[in-house]
Design a protein around this ligand. Structure first.
Ligand code: MF3
Ligand code: CO
Length: 289
């Protein structure tokens, strides 16, 4: 497809191509030659899309803040699920996990050796010494947000505290590498290096994703330099940084009974933090945490 320099830009801005994405396309072409492709341009977010996505993020973060103020020992994960449903719907949102590929609840609650996709239950009670990931995702006006936070329940061991801290630092090191017209693998490498320097392991086959128009979009975002779709980070791209970090082996096992709960193969603890980041002309903007 050829587009004239004075034609309207392909992005829908209404501006002439030469004043809009011509420079963008030229830069992308350079990286494509080096084997670092751009994602489908339909997935790039315009300023108006970002505004809508931010409204979804606002709800997601507000619900996180409520959970943060209420979580503690003796609380069941079903109670957290009830709070998430009520507080999301009250704000006009829909919890994205509910019925997603058959997921039965509104939030993922992953305790200790559970790596991700823990299913809330009235029989699972948080106790002193647990670490738990609360992974929230919201649909608002058709736009998606997704972020997760870790909680320490009461006094937890130094080992677990360090795992939670290092996992957050790894996410932040990855974030520092999010810059336009650089390869996504730079972000993955930064996460991976920090985790390995601390003697932990990154889960390899469950990662992050593009997000905004859908819950999970291209690309697959890995946090090792060997399992990653090495696309080019470009302005308008939104994706998650959500490394799962295991104290022991990187190997994980999915529960055969419920089909969802992922646990570490060795039973040692795992931690995860998740943010949603927008690639901008200048660098990046965290949209949801
Ligand atoms: N929130 C998870 C993510 O970060 C996805 C959960 S899928 C679900 O991508 F079905 F388990 F909710
Ligand atoms: Co996610």
């Amino acid at each position: 497809m050829h587009i004239g320099r004075n034609d309207p830009c392909w992005c829908g801005s209404g501006i002439k191509y030469k004043k809009c994405h011509e420079g963008f396309d030229a830069k992308v072409a350079q990286f494509e030659k080096m084997g670092v492709p751009c994602i489908d341009r339909k997935l790039l977010k315009k300023a108006s899309d970002v505004e809508k996505i931010k409204e979804s993020c606002e709800i997601n973060m507000a619900v996180h803040d409520i959970i943060a103020s209420r979580i503690g020992p003796g609380i069941s994960t079903q109670q957290i699920d009830d709070w998430v449903y009520e507080e999301t719907v009250r704000r006009g949102g829909i919890p994205a996990p509910l019925n997603y590929n058959g997921f039965p609840k509104s939030v993922c609650t992953s305790i200790n050796e559970v790596v991700c996709h823990g299913i809330p239950s009235k029989d699972i009670i948080l106790k002193e010494g647990d670490i738990v990931n609360i992974d929230l995702s919201t649909i608002y006006n058709g736009y998606f947000s997704d972020s997760s936070r870790m909680y320490e329940i009461g006094e937890v061991s130094e080992d677990k505290k360090k795992l939670v801290r290092v996992t957050k630092e790894a996410m932040e090191k990855g974030l520092e590498m999010v810059k336009p017209f650089t390869p996504l693998i730079n972000m993955s490498q930064a996460v991976y290096d920090h985790v390995r320097e601390n003697g932990y392991h990154v889960v390899e086959n469950i990662g992050g994703h593009g997000v905004g128009f859908e819950f999970h979009e291209e690309p697959y975002v890995g946090y090792t330099p060997f399992v990653v779709e090495n696309v080019l980070m470009v302005p308008g791209m939104i994706f998650t940084i959500e490394p799962m970090v295991n104290m022991g082996t990187h190997e994980v096992v999915t529960d055969e009974t419920d089909g969802w709960t992922v646990r570490t193969a060795d039973g040692l603890p795992s931690a995860q933090w998740e943010i949603m980041v927008l690639v901008t002309e200048e660098g990046n903007e965290v949209l949801c945490w």
